[in-house]
Design a protein around this ligand. Structure first.
Ligand SMILES: Cc1cc2nc3c(=O)[nH]c(=O)nc-3n(C[C@H](O)[C@H](O)[C@H](O)COP(=O)(O)OP(=O)(O)OC[C@H]3O[C@@H](n4cnc5c(N)ncnc54)[C@H](O)[C@@H]3O)c2cc1C
Length: 382
């Protein structure tokens, strides 16, 4: 058998890994996807925010790489640099944002700056800023179209010789000693020498079939989509309350449709993907108290989205191999998998073909960190 790599999961991450492997001429590359079409997992629920305003070097660097990629790749991924505004309601939060901006600049992020309260009033006219101490704004942060990114990667992978098989569910990984030898699927056994688990929130159980504990937990994330009663401020960016994580943004290309979300502390580990009316009421009340222009918004139930975040204990991805020869992970993006998909695909291709990612040192994202205790720390997850 020639070298055969199977990518389990055809979301944005699996598609990017396939694209980058095919681009490198990595032998036979096959994506196995259990659904009858791609985008039925988290990728189809994502709203497509992209930002370099993170705390850790690795998240900032992954975003920098990915923004450049989105700007220059040959397919339209809908990149729109609308900006992200983080605002602080305590002096400590403001100090945190200020330190982050200094770090982001030192790593090469352009267009990021510290704002005082009067700057914020001008940027988001009409927002209640009475409790705001200051904030940070990243002009190159903004929006992309998750499905367009996934489709672009898939087309590129297929034209590079990769294949995709839909309606094939993988139930287990077969090993010979400490080496991958194939996959059990509902379409029979598929022999292969390399496997990349790209099954998002559903990764943990699959990894367990190879005896690996992959600490990825599913967590419901609800996005409430509403029509504002009054026109939104012109060029409204993504606006995030650092203290609570509550955020709102305009729908792409709209002056009256707006999206609300936040990391609800009442959510627990779950594969549940239904919209909760109490959550909708709670977030609409939060929105109304933050800005009169968000008050009396009419919820557009047909456009609300519910999907799963794939969280790790330190809210960073798990990239690379493990003790089983031929088994690799691209998981645990904790809400950043679309924006980091370009860097992820390239990192996996270089790890698998060259023994390590050369364009960016991603070794801090290895699964080994959960054994060594060298976890990362990111406060600005939303
Ligand atoms: C509401 C919401 C908003 C978000 N907003 C953003 C955002 O603004 N920006 C951002 O960067 N990220 C965002 N995210 C996170 C982002 O969606 C994910 O990180 C990203 O989509 C992960 O991609 P993936 O390909 O790993 O997973 P998925 O898209 O979930 O794909 C996994 C695929 O694996 C398949 N699969 C699962 N098990 C099996 C099996 N046993 N056999 C075969 N196939 C299988 C599934 O069917 C699925 O197609 C958001 C997520 C949610 C839920």
């Amino acid at each position: 058998m020639n070298s055969r790599t199977v990518i389990i999961g055809g979301g944005v991450v699996g598609a990017s890994v396939a694209y980058h492997l095919a681009e490198r001429g990595a032998g036979e590359v096959i994506i196995l996807e259990r659904e009858s079409q791609q985008g039925m997992g988290s990728t189809g629920a994502a709203t497509g925010g992209i930002r370099a305003q993170f705390e850790t070097d690795i998240n900032i660097q992954m975003s920098l790489y990915s923004v450049d990629f989105f700007k220059s790749i040959g397919f339209d991924c809908g990149y729109e640099p609308r900006g992200y505004l983080f605002f602080a309601t305590t002096v400590e939060q403001f100090a945190y944002l200020t330190a982050n901006v200094a770090k982001q600049k030192s790593l090469g992020v352009e267009g990021v700056e510290v704002l005082d309260c009067s700057d914020i009033r001008k940027l988001v006219p009409g927002m209640n800023c009475d409790d705001i101490v200051g904030g940070s704004f990243g002009a190159n942060d903004g929006f992309i179209n998750p499905i367009a990114v996934m489709d672009g990667f898939t087309r590129g992978a297929l034209s590079g010789g990769a294949q995709i098989r839909l309606n094939v569910r993988v139930s287990g990984i077969e090993c010979s000693g400490d080496k991958v030898k194939g996959l059990r699927t509902d379409d029979g056994v598929v022999e292969c020498d390399k496997v990349v688990i790209c099954t998002g929130a559903w990764a943990r159980d699959l990894a367990a079939t190879a005896g690996v504990d992959l600490p990825v937990e599913p967590m419901r994330r609800q996005i409430v989509w509403a029509r504002a009663a009054r026109p939104l401020p012109e060029m409204l960016p993504m606006v995030i309350d650092l203290g609570t994580g509550f955020h709102f943004r305009p729908a792409k290309g709209s002056r009256d449709e707006v999206l609300f979300a936040y990391p609800d502390p009442d959510e627990v580990r779950s594969f549940e993907r239904t919209l909760v009316p109490e959550f909708v009421a709670k977030i609409c009340a939060t929105a109304a108290s933050r800005a009169p222009f968000l008050g009396e918004a009419e919820v557009m139930l047909e456009k609300c989205r519910v999907g799963l975040y794939e969280n790790t204990p330190d809210h960073h991805a798990i990239l690379g191999g493990c003790d089983i020869d031929g088994l690799y992970f691209a998981n645990g993006f904790s809400g950043h998998g679309v924006m980091h998909s370009p860097a992820t695909g390239r990192a996996l291709a270089e790890i698998m073909l060259d023994g390590g990612a050369k364009f960016l040192d991603v070794s801090c994202l290895s699964i080994d960190r959960f054994k060594t205790g060298k976890l990362l720390h990111e406060t600005a997850f939303i």
